[in-house]
Structure formats: C-alpha cells, structure tokens
Ligand binder design. Structure first.
Ligand SMILES: CC(C)(COP(=O)(O)OP(=O)(O)OC[C@H]1O[C@@H](n2cnc3c(N)ncnc32)[C@H](O)[C@@H]1OP(=O)(O)O)[C@@H](O)C(=O)NCCC(=O)NCCS
Length: 160
C-alpha cells in the first residue's frame, strides 16, 4: 500500500466502553505521537516521525480516542517484507488490545508482504511477550545493537 491510499480509510473499534478509530497519521498527530514515544521506548526523535510521513513505502497509523491520539505504529512495506519499525500505546491505554489491533491493521494494509520482521530490545519484556502473543518468533540476536542492550530479531509469516 502506498501513502496516497492511506488517506482513504478509517477503521472503528469498540473495546468495552472504549471506542477508538485507527487511521493514517497526519502532521497534526505528530506532537501526540512523540509524547507516546517519550512515555514508552524513547528511541525516536521527533524528526524521525516527521520523515516517515514523506516516505512512500512507510505505513504510519494512529489510534484515536475522540480527539486524543492514544497509540501509533510505523512499518515499511517493501516488496514481500513488512518491517515493523515502532509501535507505542499510551500507558493508560495498554493491555486493552490496542497494540494487537494496530499490528493487525498495519499487516492487513501491507501490499504483498509474506513475512513481517522487527527488532526489539532484549530487555523489553513487555514487548517480547506482546510480539510472542502476536505470533512472532525469534530468528536472531544482534549483540550490543543498542548502546545498552542486545536486539532480538523476530519474524512472523503471514497468510493473505
Ligand atoms: C508493547 C506495547 C505496544 C503493547 O501494547 P498494548 O496495547 O498494551 O498490547 P495489547 O493490549 O494488545 O496486548 C496483547 C497481549 O500482549 C501481551 N502483553 C502486552 N503487554 C504486556 C506486558 N506488559 N506484559 C506481559 N504481556 C504483555 C499480553 O499477552 C496481552 O494480552 P492480555 O492483555 O490479554 O494478557 C505497549 O506495552 C507499549 O507501548 N510499550 C512501550 C513501547 C514499546 O516497547 N514498543 C515496542 C517496541 S517497538
């Protein structure tokens, strides 16, 4: 899927009494997205999020609860591979299934991906559990990939 197409859709979700939508990110969402990043991984600078809006093969989506942005996900859709680059949910909205919904949504919107890849900090237990729950398996380890941590490489095979 290319960015032009990303503008055309909005998905609605109902989790108990929480109603939220998943839609393509827009420039006006970036401040809130960066605040979510600061409350989570704290790996990306604001410019990286801004840049993703201009990359033709980048899928950048947000979850919105009313006017509030509560989560985001970024992935690169390149040929038959989807690379998950970043995902974050506001702390007060975690463990409600929003991360899974975002991941499923972004995978569904990939053009022709057969495999999904990602790397994450070995010490990030929550994300490790999360991705295992979502069907990812570890396929490698990059020692000292981060200044203070190793990176785990994970893969998920998808069936369209
Ligand atoms: C990882 C993250 C995106 C998960 O988002 P989320 O919306 O809370 O995830 P979900 O509610 O969809 O969780 C789905 C399942 O994943 C697992 N899971 C999620 N968070 C977990 C945690 N902290 N500990 C253990 N398992 C967890 C559980 O099995 C959960 O199902 P359950 O709640 O029914 O037990 C969120 O914790 C986050 O934003 N963390 C900070 C940023 C980050 O680390 N991003 C990943 C690296 S890029």
């Amino acid at each position: 899927m290319r960015r032009g197409n990303l503008k055309a859709w909005t998905d609605n979700f109902f989790m108990g009494r929480l109603v939220y939508t998943i839609r393509p990110a827009a420039p006006g969402d970036l401040k809130a997205v960066y605040e979510i990043e600061q409350a989570g991984s704290r790996l990306w600078k604001p410019e990286q999020f801004t840049h993703e809006l201009d990359i033709p093969f980048s899928l950048f989506i947000v979850a919105a609860h009313g006017i509030s942005i509560i989560a985001f996900a970024v992935a690169w859709d390149v040929r038959d591979e989807l690379q998950i680059l970043n995902i974050g949910v506001l702390p007060e909205y975690r463990r409600m299934g929003i991360g899974v919904a975002l991941l499923n949504d972004i995978i569904t919107r990939a053009d022709s991906a057969k495999k999904v890849y990602l790397e994450l900090r070995e010490k990030n237990d929550a994300a490790n559990h999360f991705y295992n729950t979502c069907g990812f398996v570890q396929i490698g380890l990059r020692k000292n990939y981060y200044p203070d941590d190793n990176a785990i490489l994970m893969e998920k095979v998808i069936n369209h």
